[in-house]
Design a protein around this ligand. Sequence first.
Ligand code: DC
Length: 235
Amino acid sequence: MKNLVIAIDGYSSCGKSTTAKAVAAALHYAYLDTGAMYRGVTLFLLENNIAFDDMPRIEQVLHDEIHLSFKRNRRTGRNELCLNEVIREDDIRQMRVSNSVSEVSVIAQVRHAMVAQQQRLGRKRGVVMDGRDIGTTVFPDAEVKIFMTADVEVRARRRQDELTAAGQDVPLPDIIENLRKRDHIDSTRAESPLRRAADAVLLDTTHITITEQVDFVLDKVSSALFAAYAHKING
Ligand code: DC
């Protein structure tokens, strides 16, 4: 079976990572959460009091002091983000990181470093990546491109449920404001903004279940595999 790249982009909290993880598991593909990488950089800058406009320092830490990797947690089966070899999965999901991550993601030097690492991690293909610019910038040649969206209130309620499960009590209006702000910054930045690639399929998750989301993507994967096979046998 041909190893594909499956790019899942879209707005914050549409269910991209839940869908991407399930699709990766069904296909025995790797899963890469690119948002976790931007969150890891943000956590490092916050913890080291590095201003988001201090470009020489940011370039230096990206080069010499920030090492991002993923480690599989055997108990949960989750791929967890490590910052300098230490698992920081819970810390990168805190609201203080969520409130700053879009500002950090705007920085061209940060994006160049993350995109280069994501391209290296996916070079063997057979990977599902979720993010904002996978289908447009990281893997413009991805065989399957999905662009996810959903009503902001529905997204905020889902996000609140996740935060509650993780022991964080955050009021709904704060979450809505955070999502709106992130969507705006992510879609209007100069460097690889969040936008639907011309060949991406739109998936609105407002009224559908996770199973339906996953089936939708797997259906697109079947079509892509069939197209690749037909291309091969027809020369
Ligand atoms: O997917 P997430 O909500 O964990 O992503 C956090 C932030 O990272 C998001 O607001 C924008 C940024 N991001 C990005 O700019 N490009 C990506 N490929 C993934 C995430």
